[in-house]
Design a protein around this ligand. Sequence first.
Ligand code: NIG
Ligand code: FE
Length: 394
Amino acid sequence: MTEPAEDRTLLVTGIGELVAHDPAHGPSGVLTDAALVVSSGRVVWTGPAARAPAADDRLDVEGRCVVPGFVDSHSHVVFAGDRSAEFAARMAGEPYTGGGIATTVAATRAASDDVLRHGAGRLVAEMLAQGTTTVEIKSGYGQDVATEERMLRLARELTDETTFLGAHTVPAELDRRAYLDLVTGPMLAACAPHARWVDVFCEPAAATAFDADESREVLEAGIRAGLLPRVHGNQLGPGPGVRLAVEVGAASVDHCTYLTGDDVAALAGSSTVATLLPAVEFSTRSPYPDARALLDAGVAVALATDCNPGSCYSSSMPFVVALAVREMGLTPLEAVHAATAGGAAALRRDDVGTLRPGARADLVVLDAPSHVHLAYRPGVPIVRTVLQGGRPVG
Ligand code: NIG
Ligand code: FE
């Protein structure tokens, strides 16, 4: 296939199954024997292949399945160092506490821009090869003004969805109050120009992270600086993260490993998305949250990787989809929806995550006839072709 010039239209045809998340195609949003037309980087038409309009260029996918590009709404890919020994210790029975974050902070502070840029770029390329066309990236391994600012500047080279997570843990050299003053003062001022979001690691006892009042202080300071809130919550145990996220109108509360009935009810009555990160439960040997119960309660659910060197060193959205189906009670179609449209909702984006007319032409051709194969064939390289803005990548 030739690469479409900006003004050329592209017909993608021979689509055995088009997962468009478009109610125009019925309640499933799926169309069989379909085609799709791209113009100026956007989807401009979808429908039966037999009725497809003419276009300048043509890509015949020969009966394969097409899904929207994955939206990985939670990652920490700017870092240095390796924590494989910590993982091995966990698999031998040690719990995950977040204490290892300090190891990554030390390595990240010591790393040059080029080392960090190369590492993050490699992971984003790995994501793209597995079908992720939109990614969010957080700071949080700097925990001093210069390194937090540097992490976000480097993340911005890779995505517009950047998140200031100065309030990840308290660095060894400062007490809690001094660090909170830094995060909500000079660090926020330096980081806000490079970030869209503000995040905080909220846990009840706050030994590792920040309690509800501290977390609220961080989020409110971020909001005053023009950032939009999101929360790491309920990862290490039941806690206040979910309810704080709902209280401040956060776009998303991420992890949700330990939820009470009150948490589920609070989410159901809110516009906050529950972003589930099952590869973290896999990598920390934690219980999987009940995604089925969340959907049945009417909660909006997203799936993301959380790719980071500590709690989950996987960049694979297909792996996350497979885990959500195998371990969390989602149907394959619900899992694909959560990994695409769900991620878009968690980032408050309406231009990605679906293949409706008007959406960005970010799409994945699977080497399979149906989306079910994402869960049915775990661990195989099932992504054949990725288009981003209508252009083939890789
Ligand atoms: O999302 N929960 C806090 N932060 C990361 C893990 C960071 C790490 O262990 O390096 C997370 O799981
Ligand atoms: Fe995280």
